[in-house]
Structures are given as structure tokens and as C-alpha cells.
Design a protein around this ligand. Structure first.
Ligand code: SR1
Ligand code: MG
Length: 405
């Protein structure tokens, strides 16, 4: 870890370009700290993000600082600064098992609620890339591997129960979990003021609100999210939390990290690539696009299941892992959870507070509404039928039916 020398900035206040520069000068990161260019580059919902470039060498770093409120809404939505600590601890923890799949942390300051890390400006945000039809052949394997490694390493299958429980405490993240509990599992399923959809979609939305079978299943999924502390999750694994190049994938922004059900990370990733595919249904390449999606989901799941199984066979310490029936049952739970969570994410990104550009930038408004209706139907169908879609094959047939017709 890089040690802060005498800190000129030692009490929390949101950074400006000036104060962030002063702060970085106190760290021994740059050889020429007096010649830095600073830019505020954050466009996310919650934090300040600065890029600092050393003029002489062109070396650059990122400083991410939590604000005491949700930037997207304003000071009326207070948020704990502890999420900065959760994010940096989670990055350090995941780097132990997947060092190449996360940004390298250079320094953490809990008082200032900030993390100094590797600059990934040579990478691109996956969501933007998918919207502009770029293809990343290694992505699915990388994400499957990331989820298998990070979840196994922090589960009761790998850890002593005392260590696991200590970690559960350390990563208790009430404010950020509450955002997910509200925005993913609750508000979109009721007539709540945070929802955001055009009136042309009202009929489809009211169908969701009136569907008691659906609400029962979403309620159960929410309860799983609240109570199943299976492993340390990323907690917000959408395509805006993933940076890519041809060869490299980096999972960023784990400020929502907490101990939850493993299927949640997979479900969010699935949902966001499904949303991207939905956004292209009106294009001529429809068949090819759907095939790409199915391949990506298949590869993600197969990599996840293979890696998790390998770890289970090689590094388990829990006696029950030797009972042959347990692993298949556990994987089936992760799979059905992932499908259900994906359904919730698809619905909330369509009608809730936080939308995705994939759907909102569909230029033809009429087509946008049609696709959003389809998203709502698909999301509801995945949630309700998740326990019948018990194999990859069943699931693929269902998605094909929903997207190809
Ligand atoms: C107020 S935060 C809105 C959304 O942004 C984050 O990335 C999470 O997905 C959250 O639900
Ligand atoms: Mg984020």
C-alpha cells in the first residue's frame, strides 16, 4: 500500500479538481507530482471520479470518492460514506483470486471515502460497446470465471465459519442494499413515485402490478436477496460495471458488495445482455443477435459451473461437499435464482428509477414502446417460470421463443 505522507487534506469534504490534486501529491505515486492534469470524469449515479495524468510520463490514475448522498437524486437521498471502504476492500479481496479481472488499488483513505486506483482509460464501458454492436468473445468466459472464483472463495465451502461470519459483518452494506431492495425488488412492482415510464406503457405496467403470482415470486426473490448470505457479491454487475478491450475484462465499482445469493451477480449480468439484445430486435440482424446472446449466456454459465465444480473438488473443507448430491442441487439453486433475479433486473431497468441506455436510446418511439412491453413480459415470464427452466436447454428454448417471434 502507498503511504500518505503528511496529509494536507485529512477531513472529509467532496474533492474539487484542486483538492484532489493536493491529496494525490501527498501520496508517493508520481515522480513529478507538480505537473498533473486533473479532470472530473464521473458520470455515474453516486460518486465523484477524477482522472489525474502526469504530464512528463503520461502515467495516469483514478481517484474515486463517495459523496454523502446519491448524486443522481441529490442531497435529499443521504448515503453512508462507508461504501467507499466496502468498494476498496472488495477490490482487494477479489484481486486475491482474480487479479487480472479487477482494477488494481493503489491507495485507500477511509476518512476521505476515496480509493486511488489504476486508470482503465484504455478500456471501454461494455454497455456503450454493446450498444454500438461491438463483440467481445472473451467476455462471457471472463465473467463466468470471475463469479465462480469470487463466490467460491468467500463461501462457507472455502472459509472457516468464524472467518466467513467476520467477513459477513465487514461487508454489511445496509444503505446500498436498501437501494437494491427498493429499486430492483419493490418499487417497480407497485405504483411507486420513483418509477419512470411513459404513459404508453401504463397498460403493460398495470398488468405487472396486478399479477399476484408474479408478486409472490418477486417477494420470495427479495427475501432471498435479504437473507441468503452465500458469498461476497459484486452486487451491481450490470454492463456499466464492466470495462473491456479485445483481450481484457475488468469488473469495476463493487460499492454494492455484500454477502448475498450467488445467482444475483449472474442474473444482473444476464439481464443486461438480454436488455441489449431486446434493444436490437427491430434490426435486420435479429437472428444473429439472438444467437450471440444465447452463446454468451451459455458460455458464462458453463464457465461458472465448471470453475465452481473444480474449486469444489479441489479446495472444499466442508464435509458435506463430499456428498455427491449436494453440488448439483446447489448449482441448480444458483441457476434458478439467477433467472429470477434477471427477470427483476429486466423489469426495473424498463420502468423503475434507473433505466438503461440500450432501451432508452431506441430512436423510433413506437418501436421503443413495443420492445419495452416485450421486456416486461419476458422479465415476468423468467421470474414465474424459473423453477421449470431447470436446464440451460430449457432456458434457451424459452428465450428463443420470446425473442425470435
Ligand atoms: C440511485 S442508484 C441507481 C442505480 O445505480 C446503481 O448502479 C445501481 O444499479 C442502482 O440501482
Ligand atoms: Mg456503479
Amino acid at each position: 500500500m502507498i503511504m500518505a505522507q503528511q496529509s494536507v487534506v485529512n477531513q472529509y469534504a467532496p474533492f474539487t479538481t484542486q483538492t484532489v490534486m493536493e491529496f494525490v501529491k501527498t501520496l508517493s505515486i508520481f515522480d513529478h507530482p507538480n505537473k498533473l492534469i486533473v479532470k472530473e470524469i464521473g458520470d455515474g449515479n453516486l460518486n465523484l471520479v477524477f482522472q489525474l495524468v502526469e504530464l512528463e510520463t503520461n502515467r495516469s490514475i483514478i481517484v474515486k470518492q463517495a459523496l454523502p448522498y446519491a448524486k443522481v437524486v441529490g442531497e435529499s437521498w443521504p448515503l453512508s460514506l462507508n461504501r467507499a471502504k466496502i468498494e476498496s476492500e472488495s477490490l482487494r479481496m477479489t484481486a486475491r483470486v482474480v487479479p487480472n479481472l479487477v482494477p488494481h488499488v493503489l491507495h485507500t483513505d477511509h476518512e476521505l471515502a476515496c480509493t486511488v486506483m489504476e486508470d482503465l482509460s484504455d478500456h471501454h464501458i461494455l454497455r456503450t460497446e454493446l450498444i454500438s454492436n461491438q463483440h467481445y468473445p472473451l467476455l462471457a468466459q471472463h465473467i463466468g470465471y470471475y463469479v465462480a472464483q469470487t463466490s467460491f472463495a468467500t463461501s462457507d465451502f472455502a472459509l472457516h465459519p468464524f472467518v466467513k461470519k467476520e467477513l459477513v459483518q465487514k461487508f454489511t452494506n445496509p444503505d446500498l442494499c436498501k437501494i437494491t431492495e427498493d429499486l430492483v425488488f419493490t418499487d417497480p412492482f407497485f405504483d411507486h413515485p420513483t418509477n419512470d415510464f411513459p404513459h404508453e406503457l401504463r397498460h403493460a405496467v398495470e398488468t405487472i402490478w396486478a399479477d399476484e403470482d408474479l408478486l409472490t415470486e418477486v417477494g420470495l426473490l427479495k427475501f432471498q436477496f435479504l437473507t441468503h448470505a452465500e458469498a461476497l457479491l459484486h452486487g451491481d454487475l450490470h454492463t456499466g460495471s464492466i470495462f473491456v478491450t479485445e483481450q481484457s475484462t475488468k469488473v469495476i465499482d463493487p460499492e454494492f458488495a455484500f454477502f448475498g445469493p450467488i445467482g444475483f451477480d449472474l442474473g444482473q449480468f444476464f439481464a443486461n445482455i438480454i436488455l441489449n439484445t431486446l434493444s436490437k430486435l427491430a434490426t435486420t440482424d435479429r437472428q444473429a443477435i439472438v444467437s450471440d446472446l444465447l452463446r454468451a449466456m451459455e458460455q458464462t454459465w458453463i464457465t461458472f459451473a465448471q470453475e465452481f465444480t473444480k474449486l469444489w473438488d479441489e479446495s472444499n473443507h466442508e464435509i458435506y461437499t463430499n456428498v455427491p448430491g449436494i453440488l448439483p442441487r446447489f448449482l441448480l439453486k444458483v441457476w434458478t435464482d439467477a433467472i429470477g433475479f434477471a427477470g427483476c433486473e429486466i423489469i426495473r431497468r424498463t420502468i423503475g428509477l434507473a433505466h438503461v441506455a440500450d432501451l432508452d436510446t431506441i430512436e423510433d418511439f413506437h418501436i421503443q414502446i413495443e420492445i419495452k412491453e416485450r421486456a416486461l413480459q419476458l422479465g415476468a415470464d423468467l421470474i414465474k417460470s424459473r423453477t421449470h427452466l431447470y436446464s440451460l436447454g430449457h432456458f434457451i428454448q424459452r428465450i428463443k421463443g420470446a425473442l425470435r417471434s
